[in-house]
Design a protein around this ligand. Structure first.
Ligand code: LCS
Length: 397
């Protein structure tokens, strides 16, 4: 473990070094403790560990050294006291919400979120007696107006999947504090290298680590970051019993991915900015949603709340559903796939894919139309990405 000086390092350095514990053989790379359980020296020791009287590992669902290194690193990167690694981004979202809600409670959430987060809040929580009000978080007054005596949590993601709206995290944190609520923010699209919600007063940060944190498209995983008290509930009251924990192998891959997060993000952001500018001037494209563009409502937050605009772009074509599908089919470099934050450029159709869990009415209200496409701009040479989009768009004009 590093000394205090590691706290002064820049995030790119921390992403490589912090959280690492020197082990017996001096391995440069974190060892992969691919084990389900840990052997006790004696029955008495086992009992002492279960009772919490003696430190040490017990069983990988309760903790594992490889997973713990990832948790330490993510806590430091997010400026949190602690972190918990989960089996998926949805595992992180659900664990953070369930740790703070129970029957009879009320949740105020953004009406624009990832499709399965929407389904969790509107379908599953209703079954367990948790009431949800969804509002447009770009109008801060609407958040405050939705608060009831039994409200416990405010939840949003920013930038939003898929339109990249940006919400004012300092204002949301202030509302939560004024009403003694827990604020939870999904930081998947930014990662702590581009945005640190806890520094702005947010209580809990969740991630789909499937995306940029891992960055190589070979893991489904999530992270929750927050105070020691929050994370104690998440780990030992929710994840312990619900079981949505991360496997050591996935943690090992994410630790490897994090070492290049800073350089990958720079390339994703550079490429996405150029691609967004290209799309914005193209006659076959009617609208581009990317916070790096001056035309986007979230642009004012760049360089403030968020360091850069990230690697995801949504855009609408001057096309109907059939033409939009033909455009997608004509792309050669892009893979037609959901997910984001991988080396490969990906394209997907939110209305029929990521946001299909929305009801048709909710989808219409969120402006997720049949001509909306979302791309995750990869790490390829940007000239090749633009050339591919250009040849497929040419068929539309
Ligand atoms: N939060 C956000 C903002 C997401 O975009 C996703 C997945 C999740 C949470 C859930 O993470 P998972 O359980 O998949 O690790 N978003 C996806 C997307 O846009 N395409 O495919 C999955």
């Amino acid at each position: 473990m590093q000394d205090e000086s590691s706290k002064m390092w820049k995030a790119a350095t921390q992403a490589i070094h912090v959280g690492h514990e020197r082990e017996a053989f001096g391995s440069l790379v974190t060892p992969l403790y691919q084990t389900a359980t840990f052997v006790f020296d004696s029955a008495q020791q086992g009992g002492e560990r279960f009772a919490g009287n003696e430190p040490g590992y017990i069983y990988t669902r309760l903790g594992n050294p490889t997973v713990a290194e990832l948790e330490r690193k993510m806590a430091i990167l997010e400026g949190a006291e602690a972190a918990a690694a989960t089996a998926s981004g949805m595992g992180a979202v659900s664990a953070a919400l369930l740790a703070n809600l129970q029957i009879g409670d009320h949740l105020v959430a953004s009406n624009a979120v990832y499709g399965c987060t929407f389904a969790l809040m509107t379908n599953q929580f209703a079954r367990f007696g948790i009431d949800v009000t969804l509002v447009d978080f770009s109008e801060v007054e609407l958040i405050e107006r939705a608060i009831k005596p039994n409200t416990k949590v405010i939840f949003c993601e920013t930038p939003v999947n898929p339109h990249l709206q940006v919400f004012d995290l300092s204002a949301i944190a202030a509302i939560a504090k004024r009403h003694s609520l827990t604020s939870i923010v999904d930081n998947t699209f930014m990662t702590p290298l581009l945005q640190q919600p806890i520094a702005l007063g947010i209580d809990v940060v969740v991630h789909s680590a499937t995306k940029y944190l891992n960055g190589h498209g070979d893991v489904i995983a999530g992270i929750v970051c927050g105070s020691e008290a929050q994370l104690h509930r998440v780990k030992y009251e929710i994840l312990k019993d619900i079981g949505a924990v991360m496997s050591p192998h996935d943690a090992w891959l994410i630790l490897r991915g994090l070492k290049t997060l800073d350089v990958r993000l720079q390339r994703h952001c550079d490429n996405a900015q150029r691609v967004a500018e290209f799309l914005e001037q193209h006659p076959a494209v009617t609208r581009v949603y990317y916070p790096g563009l001056k035309s986007h409502s979230g642009h004012r937050f760049i360089g403030q709340q968020m360091r850069r605009a990230g690697g995801v772009i949504a855009f609408e074509l001057a096309a109907d559903f059939t033409q939009a599908m033909a455009f997608v089919g004509n792309l050669k470099l892009f893979s037609i796939a959901v997910s984001l934050g991988d080396a490969e450029s990906l394209i997907q159709h939110p209305a029929s894919m990521t946001h299909s869990p929305y009801s048709p009415e909710a989808r219409a209200a969120a402006c997720i139309g049949d001509n909306l496409l979302r791309i995750s701009v990869g790490l390829e040479d940007c000239d090749d990405i633009i050339a591919d989009l250009s040849q497929a768009l040419a068929a539309l004009v």
